[in-house]
Each structure stands twice: as structure tokens, then as C-alpha cells.
Design a binder for this molecule. Structure first.
Ligand SMILES: *[C@@H]1O[C@H](CO)[C@@H](O)[C@H](O)[C@H]1NC(C)=O
Length: 308
């Protein structure tokens, strides 16, 4: 009998001990957790800036998560814009999309010889004239036609007077006399659509870029399209995100049989093969074998595109 009792109660006792032990451990942990300092929560809405008048623009449905998040916006910085656009050209050079003989960097220290008289006649803001002097350009308007700067869109070549006039009216100059006062004096068109594509209009006062898309034009008013109603992107962020797309090959510069294009995933079939080749065989972007790619790119495109 006795041994049976022990056999029965032994496990029961140790169970009770075990549960009691666990109970105290749990209490101990709970105390420890309460003693840990609270992690401060970020304020959901920061106080509005008191002294900086220029703030982020109001919302537009198409843009970022940060739609209604107003912050003081840094002023326009010409060096930043020049650096970002130069980065795009550097990438185009690395990937053998453009040849060094096809475009021109701004000469130091004074930049390109832009027609100052014409710019002043057009009442262009000094910031616009100064930027025109510092940007890299395709050598001629014909080359600009052939070498998209952004998908389906061409650069203006402000080295030439006609292009300075054209740039004042990026939407119409290809078809009719450009309206010379269409853009504001402190705005500059960086590129324009060809048959499709986008006009990119930089506002040097706001430090913003408006993207006028052929497929989704701005609303019309009495004077034509009211592109100022388009969402004003923070200019450096817009250009930097384009550079990111080139780094990630979301957009691939293609130079094949004399054709230039900026391809994306809509070029089904070819696009993933070229992307994989550039990344895995040539190490784009961080182990990039530039010389090898330059030597092989034409044949590689030939094989991938022509023979699939
Ligand atoms: C600059 O533009 C003005 C005004 O259109 C023109 O008269 C002048 O010939 C141009 N200068 C040069 C060097 O092309």
C-alpha cells in the first residue's frame, strides 16, 4: 500500500513543485519587463515649421506614402542637379549606351557658351541660364533624337538657339512655333517626349520636377495644358530614383544595331535575359566589368535580341 502511495504521489508532488517554480519565474520576468525603459514613440505629426515658407506641396493621389507629410524643403541647389544628371550620363557611358564622342560635358570653369542675349530676351531666370551652361548635352539635336535621355524622351540641346526657344514649349515645339512664354522664367525643360514619353520640367525656385506624361497629360485650361497642376516631385529625389532604376536595371539602356532605347519589363523575353547577363555575368553595378562589357555588348545584344 505504502509503496503504491509513493508511486502515486511522487509525480504529483514534483508536478506541483514544477508549476510553482514556473509561476515564480513568470512573475520575475514580468517584473523585469516592466522595469525596462519605455521606447519613445515618434510623434505622429511634427509641429509645422514656423519660419520656412516653402513647404512640401499638397497631396496628389499618385505619389508617395509621404503625401501629406509637410516638411521644410531645402532650396534648389544647382550642384546637386548637375551632379545627378551627370551621374545618369556616366551610367550611360559605362553601359556603352552612349559614346564619349556623342555628347559634351560642360567645360570648366565657365560652362558652355549658351546664347546669353537670347536667354535674356526670353526673360529666363539667371538660375535657368546658369544650369543650361553646366549640363552635359548630346552634341546635336539629331543625336538627342536618337538617344533617349529617359524612356521615349529626348534631351534639349541648349547649345543651340533654336533648342533654347523649343525648350520654352516642350509640348508643342515639334509641331508648331513654340510659345516662348509657355514655361515660367524660372523653369527649364530637361527633356521632352518624342511620340510618347515625358516632358520633365524643373522649377528652380521650388526645387521641384513636374512630369508631363504623354499617356496621362495634365488638365487643359484656356492657355493649353495646365502642367502646373501636376504633382511637384522633389527634384533631387526624382532624379535619384531614376538613377536607382538604372542601378537595379529596372530600366536598361540598350544600344543595338544603331538603335538606342531604355527598356523595361514590358520588353518581355529579352529584358530578363539582358538584365541577368548584365548582373550575373558582368557584375552590374558594383562589380561591373566595364571594359569587358564594352567589348562584348554589341555581340551580346545581337545574340540575346536577334537570336533570342
Ligand atoms: C544670340 O541670340 C540673339 C537673339 O536671338 C541673336 O541676335 C544673336 O545672333 C545670337 N548670337 C549668336 C552668337 O548666335
Amino acid at each position: 500500500m505504502r509503496s503504491a502511495w509513493v508511486v502515486l504521489t511522487g509525480p504529483v508532488c514534483s508536478c506541483i513543485q514544477l508549476y510553482t517554480g514556473l509561476f515564480f519565474v513568470a512573475i520575475f520576468i514580468a517584473i523585469l519587463r516592466r522595469r525596462q525603459p519605455e521606447i519613445p514613440q515618434p510623434a505622429i505629426t511634427p509641429p509645422p515649421p514656423a519660419t520656412v515658407p516653402e513647404t512640401s506641396p499638397p497631396s496628389s493621389q499618385q505619389d508617395d506614402i509621404a503625401i501629406d507629410y509637410h516638411v521644410p524643403r531645402l532650396p534648389y541647389n544647382e550642384d546637386t542637379i548637375v551632379a545627378l544628371i551627370s551621374d545618369i550620363y556616366h551610367i550611360y557611358l559605362q553601359l556603352n549606351y552612349i559614346d564619349p564622342s556623342e555628347f559634351v560635358w560642360a567645360p570648366l570653369p565657365d560652362g558652355h557658351a549658351i546664347n546669353q542675349t537670347l536667354c535674356e530676351e526670353l526673360h529666363l531666370d539667371p538660375a535657368v541660364i546658369s544650369l543650361m551652361k553646366r549640363l552635359p548635352y548630346p552634341l546635336t539635336p539629331n543625336l538627342a533624337d536618337d538617344i533617349p535621355f529617359m524612356p521615349l524622351s529626348r534631351m534639349f540641346v541648349y547649345l543651340q538657339d533654336d533648342q533654347i526657344r523649343a525648350g520654352r514649349d516642350p509640348d508643342r515645339w515639334g509641331f508648331e512655333e513654340p510659345r516662348l512664354d509657355f514655361l515660367l522664367p524660372h523653369e527649364i525643360a530637361l527633356c521632352c517626349e518624342t511620340d510618347q514619353g515625358i516632358h520633365i520640367i524643373l522649377d528652380t525656385k521650388e526645387n521641384t520636377i513636374r512630369v508631363w506624361d504623354f499617356d496621362d497629360p495634365p488638365p487643359e485650361d484656356d492657355n493649353g495644358n495646365d502642367y502646373r497642376k501636376l504633382y511637384p516631385h522633389h527634384a533631387p529625389t526624382y532624379l535619384a530614383s531614376y538613377i536607382n532604376k538604372l542601378h537595379s536595371l529596372e530600366i536598361i539602356p540598350i544600344h543595338w544595331r544603331g538603335h538606342r532605347g531604355l527598356w523595361d519589363k514590358h520588353y518581355t523575353g529579352m529584358y530578363p535575359k539582358i538584365k541577368k547577363t548584365l548582373q550575373e555575368q558582368y557584375g552590374w553595378p558594383y562589380d561591373f566589368r566595364e571594359a569587358e562589357w564594352k567589348a562584348a555588348s554589341k555581340d551580346t545584344f545581337e545574340q540575346l535580341i536577334h537570336f533570342g
